[in-house]
Design a protein around this ligand. Sequence first.
Ligand code: FAD
Length: 402
Amino acid sequence: MRVGIIGGGAAGLVAAGFCENAEVTLLERNEKVGKKLYITGKGRCNVTNNCALYEFFPKIVNGGKFLTSALTAFPPQSFMEYVSDGGVRLKTERGNRVFPTTDKASDIIKALAARAGKNAAIMTDVRVTAVRKEGDVFKVATSRGEFEFDRLIIATGGVSYKATGSTGDGYAFAKSFGHKIVSPVPALCGIRLASDVRTLDGLILRNVRATVTAGGKKFSEFGEMDFTERGVGGPIILTLSSYINRCALAGETLCIDMKPALSPNTLDERLVSDFGEMPNKDLVNILTSLLPSSVIPYVIAQSGVSPRVKGNSVTRDMRYALGFSVKNLAFPIAGLEDIDTAVVTSGGVELKEVDPKTMQSKLCKGLYFAGEILDTDALTGGFNIHCAAATGRAAGIAASGG
Ligand SMILES: Cc1cc2nc3c(=O)[nH]c(=O)nc-3n(C[C@H](O)[C@H](O)[C@H](O)COP(=O)(O)OP(=O)(O)OC[C@H]3O[C@@H](n4cnc5c(N)ncnc54)[C@H](O)[C@@H]3O)c2cc1C
């Protein structure tokens, strides 16, 4: 049995690692495998999440049901064992995030490549340009001539961070076999704002609540976010982006509760006390005890109160307006950041056309898909690499006849 694997990312490498008793060839366009893995987890590679499966599933934004079989067969602890057997020690950090003890993503790549190399000939600098099936044989045209396989696994990733090799070639291959591609959109990405927020660039907000109402639904996250030159990013924004990426966003608003721990009444009492303690100071200076200074002009502007009003001249209505502004600081949304900057691509090969147990195409026998090319995506925390690995494993076992 000749098995071809296109793509040497997490999915392709793990697929190869599970292709036993077959003649396996992995084709990777880059000069080395795992180029995207190298930049994951800020260079440390958060390879999976050491949680129970019932905690894993809620972290999947798209494709949870489809992934049930693959994840049940290959839960995080099994993947950790697999990676460890490849020669790398792992540690579990806050939020069950798993990293190599060396904090080097390259060690994860080495481990996955070592396991893959036991079964597969790994060929780098080979870009697949077209794929067709003649009779029972897959003919794979590449920059280095044509290859023939009995089974073919497409693991070419999505279309984010294209410099790592994932430029969407696999979508065209899938389409050529009649597969539908759910249009790729950015997930786990920043949100661009329509207003000028350059003076907030670099500001990190912790313990805030960000809310977006989009597509008639309200999405809300508590935690850390930051401002960029033209928008917002950081953990809670990335999460929100994955939920709103198919909604029309122009005209929608990002609302930040700067003090979610304080009820409107408690916040009002705090303002009364601050104004009482600083009766002769300007409002703009009084609020520094409550808020980061760069955000104060935005809060005051939204409230409609003059920044130069003195503490002892703030009326009750002014105070209410300020309190509302602190808890509902609103920014009009322009849209999501470009897909190339997204941590993952949402969309890809339509799941209805793929067998969830084997990852085999329901349209073409012997054709398999694995990893981010599928219409699945999850939140941050090691879940995306894990899903790539679990689907890679399922495809590898099935394609090699297991
Ligand atoms: C900055 C960043 C940080 C991230 N951090 C994390 C993290 O810490 N934890 C986590 O779980 N997830 C993380 N992710 C997401 C995760 O990296 C991906 O979801 C996962 O690696 C996808 O694996 P894959 O094998 O499906 O695709 P890819 O890793 O994209 O691999 C696809 C491979 O196919 C090759 N290829 C494409 N077309 C061809 C062709 N025509 N011929 C030959 N080869 C081809 C590409 O060169 C590439 O090597 C991060 C992503 C980014 C961008």
